[in-house]
Structures are given as structure tokens and as C-alpha cells.
Design a protein around this ligand. Structure first.
Ligand code: AKG
Ligand code: FE2
Length: 296
């Protein structure tokens, strides 16, 4: 049966990228400490307790998906900027972009009785218009419960990122991302994969998904709505830029403040929104002050 290569938490980005280029997937064992895993489970518990499930075979009738993780959870914010994952994503995608962006956040909990998700390539979200020579994604799934073949560990077809698009795997070519809480599966946007069937009666398999994409592509999860400015203002500048409150190129992603009469915020990087916010809503009181300070 096919297997996914495991690397240890001290793996270099070179080692991660090498396996990813060869197999399309790699697991890093024990990258997160147990107290961070506990913190993630605590943050997500109120949302997962709502028991809202998928609406079709792809999203899974017994699978919960919780989004907006950056706005909702401090522990998820830390996961999103994990230095090894960010450095690996940047290195892996460097030949296709000037920088990367956070593209998708989700906690995916597969409950007992769920069937296997259909195998797919995540690059399909762009409708198949991206040429195959462009790799758009570096995706991560952090295990915050055990991932076993029995409880729904992600199915992955190693090497299938290099296959002809019509080739389907034989059962023995499917591997399962079995891993302990705190480990992370990294995979590409082109490798075939899908959620596994949960054949247990009493175990929910939960993963925290953080996907990184080329900064010039549309994000799967609309970060400006899932993390609107009043939430984004509380983030670190690094994370805020990563989710899209920054420019993705010389003029890509600029904004103009529709309420700013001073023209200082005309065609500028969204990063300006937050320094201005401090100036406007911090020391300044009243409309006159706002106008005069913005004209300085
Ligand atoms: O839950 C999983 O293990 C994978 C889910 C997935 O690949 C997807 O929903 O696109
Ligand atoms: Fe997927």
C-alpha cells in the first residue's frame, strides 16, 4: 500500500520541498506542542458544538466545517504563521509568485459514519483555467485529534500531482495521512486527495486547515469578509498582510478609502488602513480633528 513520507519537526525547508516536489505530500511529525493542540481544541469547541454539517456528498453529511479561523481563534492565528510552514510554502511556491497569501482556513471534523470524500485536486476551485505548469497551493492540515485510517485520516495519492489528469488511482495507490495530534500534513494543490471514511462509532477526526496560495489568485475563503477590518486591526501586521490586507504586487490589491476626503488614502496599500485607524480613532476626538490631522 502507498505511504506518505514522515519528517521530523526539525526538518529543513529544503527537505520538505524535496518530498513535496517528488510525492505531492509529506507529514511533519510533532511540529506543535500538546498545550497548543489543547488550546486549539478549546478555541474551536464552541463552534464545533453547533453541529452544522455539510450539504452534499463533497462537503459530507457527517462533516463539520468551521471557517473564519483567523478572526475566531488566537490559537489558529499562531498556526497560520507557523514559521516552518510559511517558509516552506514560500520556498515551494517561489517560482510562481512574488509572495503567498493565506487562502483558506477551516476546522474539518469528520464524525462516525461519514463516507470517503471523492478524490480531487484542490486546484479545481479555480475552474480548471490555471495551466498545469503553475502550482497554486501549499496546503496544511494540522491534526488536533488522532488521524487514523479507521477514523477518517485524509486519503492522499502520492505522486498523482505528476499524473495525467485523467488517470485514476488503484486502491493500493491511496495512502492515509495517519498522524498524531500536533503533526501536520503538507500537500500540493495538484495531488489527488480527499477526506477519509470514518468507520468508528465514537471518534471524531478533527483537522485545522491552513492553505496558502499564490498572492495573485483569488482566495477560496474571502478573508476580507471572514476577517473584516475591525477584526483585522487586532492582528499582528504579519498575519494581517498574509490574509490580504497588503499588496500582492506593485499595484495589485491597492485600495482607496471611500470616506477619506484628504486623498492621502488614494490608491495605497491596505496596510495604510491600520496606521490611519490608530491615528483617527486613537488620540483624535471629533470630526474636525479627523479632518485636520488627515491633512497634515
Ligand atoms: O477532511 C479532509 O481530510 C480533506 C478535505 C478536503 O480535501 C476538502 O474538503 O477539500
Ligand atoms: Fe481537498
Amino acid at each position: 500500500m502507498a505511504t506518505i513520507e514522515h519528517l521530523s519537526a526539525d526538518a529543513t525547508t529544503d527537505a520538505i520541498v524535496e518530498v513535496l516536489e517528488r510525492d505531492g505530500a509529506v507529514i511533519i511529525d510533532g511540529l506543535m506542542a500538546s498545550d497548543e493542540v489543547a488550546h486549539l481544541n478549546e478555541d474551536l469547541a464552541p463552534f464545533l458544538s453547533k453541529e452544522v454539517y455539510g450539504r452534499d456528498e463533497f462537503t459530507g453529511y457527517k462533516t463539520q466545517r468551521i471557517g473564519a479561523l483567523v478572526a475566531r481563534s488566537q490559537a489558529c492565528q499562531d498556526v497560520a504563521v507557523n514559521p516552518l510552514m510559511l517558509a516552506s510554502a514560500r520556498q515551494y511556491l517561489a517560482q510562481f509568485c512574488d509572495d503567498i497569501q493565506l487562502h483558506f482556513t477551516s476546522a474539518v471534523a469528520i464524525a462516525p459514519g461519514e463516507s470517503a470524500q471523492i478524490l480531487h485536486r484542490d486546484r479545481g476551485i479555480w475552474g480548471g483555467y490555471l495551466p498545469r505548469r503553475v502550482e497554486p497551493l501549499f496546503s496544511t492540515i494540522w491534526a488536533i485529534t488522532p488521524f487514523t485510517q479507521e477514523n477518517g485520516a485524509t486519503q492522499v495519492v502520492p505522486g498523482s500531482h505528476l499524473w495525467d489528469k485523467d488517470r485514476l488511482p488503484e486502491p493500493h495507490e491511496i495512502a492515509y495521512a495517519e498522524m498524531a495530534p500536533g503533526s501536520v500534513l503538507c500537500y500540493t494543490g495538484t495531488v489527488l486527495h480527499g477526506g477519509g471514511a470514518n468507520a468508528t462509532t465514537d471518534q471524531v477526526r478533527t483537522g485545522v486547515f491552513m492553505h496558502y496560495a499564490l498572492s495573485w489568485l483569488r482566495q477560496e475563503e474571502n478573508q476580507y469578509l471572514s476577517c473584516p477590518p475591525h477584526h483585522a486591526s487586532k492582528l499582528s501586521p504579519e498575519l494581517r498582510a498574509l490574509i490580504g490586507y497588503s499588496k500582492g504586487g506593485y499595484v495589485l490589491g491597492f485600495y482607496s478609502d471611500p470616506d477619506d476626503d484628504s486623498a492621502r488614502h488614494e490608491s495605497v496599500s491596505p496596510e495604510n488602513m491600520f496606521s490611519q485607524r490608530t491615528e483617527r480613532f486613537g488620540a483624535i476626538e471629533g470630526a474636525d480633528h479627523v479632518v485636520s490631522s488627515s491633512m497634515k
